[in-house]
Write a protein that binds this ligand. Structure first.
Ligand code: SPQ
Length: 430
């Protein structure tokens, strides 16, 4: 993907109105994957047309799945659990960790060999976390360069069920194992130290699998018959987070963000924002399937908080933008237990510390988080997002309260999860 454009942003005089954010990235990926492994047609509306989810579509098309993609909906003509074909080329996950890790769980059980790779960011992200449990299940999966990163060579094998205790709370690890478990010779379970997002469990059951959850353990029975479903994807709370933060920090702002997914395994941003003094009201709450709400957010005087423990997986992708809220808050914010931030599209601890301090914020990186002394005025800086969509959007929001101009080189990387982000930001600040 080429996204070499520099974006320039100025301080915002206002932020107001209504918006809807694109469909949830995690749920969109899963809809394509499970729809491909189900019998019959799956219809997905409000699908995220972001580069990451398009990579997932591309991978399944290369394995013989017919997927019709129109602006209104996507139709996936699934071929059942055993219906994939050997791909006619290398599978390319682009910038997407979700595609790489979840797909590895599926590929581990197919009767063919594949090579799975991605862009230079993906080729630096750790894959030992899935190689280890999948190998315990009998998978033949190797890192081609011997560095525990993609490209991965996967030769499908007969798998057996395992009871796996994961050292990290990761929905990608959990989901890779559960997906491999669909093909195992017995039940498979994954226990994680804290509950990560549970979209896989919810949606696999909807397609007809037998997945049970107890505390932080999820279990799956093998060889279910999966049937095509109608999936309506809620708005992505991880994308809404940028506008939530913007409305909280821009003086006088008031914003209504419609149809946002508020699954409790994803809603940590709301809990932390309220703890910081943020004025957020949930309206029109719907609990039919994945819960959603309209969020009314008003500018608020924020104060520092301590964030750590079991809440971390529920806001892991929002920590960069929470850094900006902390920079604008009175007092100190401490973030801990978030070492995995270093293993995302970029090292989100190092990159946040580098560029927030370039903007005038007092931030100290730690091994598993950061300490931010809020309240110093911010000024513009030149930001290289390091191939990380969330870093680009985070600094676009920081720019709204910074003096002077903020430049984001490679700003187009936002297309990974939010293709019209800058247009929407410009509209709401007009
Ligand atoms: O897909 P990718 O690149 O890993 O995306 C990120 C993101 O910020 O968009 C992480 F960098 O989200 C992950 C998230 O951090 C998406 C995800 C999922 O859909 O299962 C789970 C989380 O990752 P993990 O490693 O904690 O399982």
């Amino acid at each position: 993907m080429s996204h070499n454009n520099t974006i320039r942003l100025e301080k915002a005089a206002r932020l107001h109105g209504e918006t809807t954010v694109p469909g949830d990235k995690s749920i969109s990926h899963r809809a394509v994957m499970f729809g491909s492994l189900a019998e019959g047609t799956t219809e997905v509306t409000n699908f995220l047309q972001g580069a990451d989810c398009l990579s997932t579509i591309d991978c399944f098309r290369r394995m013989g799945i017919e997927i019709e993609n129109t602006p209104e909906r996507i139709l996936i003509h699934g071929r059942g659990l055993h219906g994939l074909h050997a791909p006619f080329s290398v599978l390319d996950a682009g910038n997407s960790g979700t595609t790489t890790r979840l797909l590895s769980g599926v590929l581990a059980a197919q009767p063919f060999e594949t090579t799975l790779t991605g862009d230079t960011s993906i080729q630096k992200r750790p894959m030992r976390r899935i190689i280890e449990p999948l190998s315990m299940m009998g998978a033949d999966i190797t890192s081609i360069n011997g560095n525990d990163c993609a490209p991965l060579h996967i030769a499908g094998s007969a798998l057996h069920g395992i009871r796996y205790h994961s050292k990290i709370a990761s929905a990608q690890v959990k989901s890779a194992i559960l997906l491999a478990g669909l093909y195992a010779d017995g039940a498979t379970s994954v226990t994680e130290p804290a509950l990560s997002r549970n979209h896989t469990e919810i949606m696999l059951n909807r397609f007809g699998a037998r997945v049970t959850s107890e505390g932080t353990t999820a279990s799956v029975e093998p060889e279910p018959a999966l049937y095509g479903q109608k999936i309506v994807v809620p708005g992505d709370i991880s994308s809404a987070a940028f506008f939530i933060a913007a409305a909280l920090i821009v003086p006088g702002a008031e914003l209504l963000i419609r149809n946002v997914g508020i699954n409790p395994t994803r809603d940590g941003i709301l809990r932390v924002a309220r703890d910081m003094g943020g004025d957020i009201t949930c309206l029109n709450v719907s609990r039919d399937g994945e819960p959603t709400a309209d969020l009314l957010v008003r500018h608020s005087a924020l104060h520092g908080v301590t964030i750590g423990g079991d809440i971390i997986p529920t806001l892991i992708d929002e920590l960069p933008i929470i850094n900006v809220m902390a920079a604008c808050a009175e007092g100190t914010t401490v973030i801990r237990d978030a070492a995995d931030l270093r293993a995302k599209e970029s090292d989100r601890i190092g990159v946040m510390a580098q560029y927030l301090s370039a903007m005038g914020c007092d931030i100290t990186p730690t091994q598993d988080g950061m300490i931010i002394a809020g309240g110093s005025p911010l000024h513009g800086a030149v930001i290289d997002p390091h191939m990380d969509h969330r870093i680009a959007m985070t600094f676009a929001i920081a720019a709204l309260v910074a003096d002077g101009t903020t430049e984001i080189t490679d700003g187009g990387i936002v297309a990974v999860s939010y293709p019209n982000f800058y247009e929407e930001l410009a509209r709401l600040t007009r």
